[in-house]
Design a protein around this ligand. Sequence first.
Ligand code: AHR
Length: 506
Amino acid sequence: MTSYTKIPDDQQPVITVNPAFKISKIEDNTYGGFTEHMGRCIYGGLYDPGNPLSDENGFRKDVIEALKELNSPVVRYPGGNFCATYHWLDGVGPKEKRPKRPELAWLGVETNQFGTDEFMQWCKTVGSEPYIALNMGTGTLDEALAWLEYCNGTKDTYYANMRRQNGHEEPYNVKYWALGNEIWGPWQVEQMTKEDYAKKAFQWAKALKLLDPSIELILCGKEGKDDWDYYVLKECITNHTETLGNGGGTLIDMHSIHRYTSSNDHLENVTGPRAAERSIQLTGAMIDLVHIINKIPPTVKKQKICFDEWNVWDPTRAIGSEGAEEKYTLSDALAVAVWLNVFIRQSRYIGMANIAQSVNVISPLMTSKDGILKQTTWWPWLLFCRHMRGSALAVHLQSGEYEGATKPYWIRGKIETPWLDVSAAVNDEGVVSLVVVNIHDSRSFDAKLEGIPQGASVDVYTVTGDRLDCTNTAEKTEVGVQESKWEASGSYEFPRASMTMLRWKP
Ligand code: AHR
């Protein structure tokens, strides 16, 4: 819903959608991925040399095929927390000469057998653009500039030539670069105060843009509702005529925020992503405020949000240093569907979003030596990636509301949590897709649908399962997508604990 009227639970819900009411473009980069040197994401996930399922480069073909289905335009790399001690030079050149290093984010050993060139090649194979997170922990600005030169340099210079010597004549033209990751976190190597980070990020941004003005820089924010966010935005988003010329402009292109949600209680689990929705709105407001306070001319492009880590994750049940292999339930699949509804509803603010992560670590996709498993959360993810593109539509919802506890507690009173969580999009071919997540664990809702022409032929995709805690295993798929047809007739019954996508051409 983009607007909501609360009604008593015993009244019929009403969903009103109008394909003419486009509210904002949905950036394709909303469907971004994330691959970190963590657990089995890279080694055993993307890269598994010697496995009969891998190609001549050691890339898992089944993973590539699955990720291609998502048509994911961008993938973040190499972390995450990992990037705070990563020295990219360790991971280029002849593999036998690459050093093994202790790794301090997840306390493993990094063999460096997969590095920048392998990632670039993997991205090309999958059909995604690379997005690199710089080491602002133990890394230096010199090292960051060298990495940018290695990737994008076109001149006769040292690191551009190193790339050529390593067999890659053409520049990779990496567009997206993050100025560190979660630098505010106590778990971070070289954690910084907001003051120290803002000062450093601004200076790094200036130098990086001098070397390659075509790149987009992503500032390290927090959860989008914190002092940290406001401070670093205010210090780093200024009209910078010194290096950008008289027309001015800002050095920062997007502001990164992260959130993971989870609860063993179903209703807390599925309403948790609403916290992200409020954070997105708050960050959008902070960016506006900073533009006003720093007197940035309206002609200068406004920053969007890069929600470059999001998902359902409880780090106490799927521990980071043990590979964070979450086992997802039906309840989690519905939480992921609500997450994705959030991004559609708030698409005016979203420049990029990256599911954390693409494979094995907190992921909808799991590998074993023998194949891949699509977890419950894969199915809403796939349906959104396939169909919720183009423009977001205004939807009005009348429904009852869940009024119990939320996680985080502060959702209550800041944003509503209706039983039906709704978003809609219209793609470039004029096909409308309406997603309705019925979060109720035991009650179906027969909702009146306004805006679907009577008799229209509607494709229906339903994600549900027998129990809230059912999971998918190698032996049994308990949560998948059921496809059916429906001749529109005014109202539709949304089953308890389900996600339904209705698609029609008006
Ligand atoms: O995605 C797992 C970890 O979660 C990332 O490395 C870190 O940025 C976040 O805390």
